[in-house]
Design a binder for this molecule. Structure first.
Ligand code: C5P
Length: 227
């Protein structure tokens, strides 16, 4: 039984403003996507990766990943949900023996191998869905439409969610079969069906690169890692 990872990488990267899909933006000469996919395979727990690329850039993305024979590229869709769905549809062909599936944002290119391994292990040990999480450092307030504070949320009970999120393959399929058009969080689809979602410890290096500021942080992460 193998583990397959789905990597939605079909976003336009508008907030990053690099003039290209975010997944192809280089950090120290290598794209976020190449780093993310290589990181999954280097964890030693992922045998196959299905990448959802911008539909008009499937060839560019395939060339980018040519050095990684376990990576397959499919055209993504208009929303992240569509991109994950298309990658999920390719699993039977790419990895017919897969029972565990990860969904990992290309934008979290610096996720440590230990986080990937912990997510896979938790699913293999029977959790239907698993998310890596971090405690929330900021105080969080709920506000109304005018911006006035309604309440202060108990921070000790909150967690920020990262990827890869891990699932029993049949659980993710069922969740997507029931899903509507837009879902930003795959585990949230399992929650909606009443499924249990477990947590493992995330890592600050698994930050999602969204803005130019995040890219600057990513360069610092690389410098710390001695890359
Ligand atoms: O925009 P955001 O950073 O939230 O996107 C999260 C991930 O989903 C990114 O890796 C992005 O490339 C991917 N995505 C996608 N298809 C879309 C929109 C986003 O694969 N239509």
């Amino acid at each position: 039984m193998s583990v397959v990872a789905l990597v939605p990488a079909a976003g336009r990267g508008v907030r990053l403003g690099a003039g290209m899909p975010k997944a192809l933006v280089p950090v120290s000469g290598e794209s976020l996507l190449l780093r993310a996919v290589r990181g999954l395979l280097a964890s030693g727990r992922v045998e196959h990766v299905v990448v959802a690329a911008p539909a008009e850039q499937v060839e560019v993305v395939s060339a980018e990943l040519a050095s990684l024979p376990c990576a397959h590229v499919v055209p993504g869709g208009a929303e992240r949900t569509d991109s994950v769905r298309r990658a999920l549809d390719a699993v039977d062909e790419v990895a017919p023996d897969a029972r565990v599936v990860l969904v990992h944002d290309a934008a979290r290119a610096f996720t440590p191998a230990s986080v990937i391994r912990d997510v896979v292990s938790a699913v293999e040990q029977g959790a239907p869905a698993v998310v890596p999480v971090l405690p929330v450092a900021d105080t969080i307030k709920e506000v109304d439409a005018s911006g006035a504070v309604v309440s202060t949320v108990d921070r000790s009970r909150l967690r920020a969610v990262q990827t890869p999120q891990g699932f029993a393959l049949d659980v993710l399929r069922e969740a997507y079969a029931a899903a509507g058009d837009i879902a930003t969080d795959d585990a949230g689809l399992v929650e909606r069906l009443g499924g249990e979602v477990r947590t493992v410890a995330g890592h600050p290096h698994a930050l999602k690169i969204t803005t130019a500021f995040d890219l600057a942080i990513a360069e610092s992460v690389l410098a710390l890692a001695g890359d």
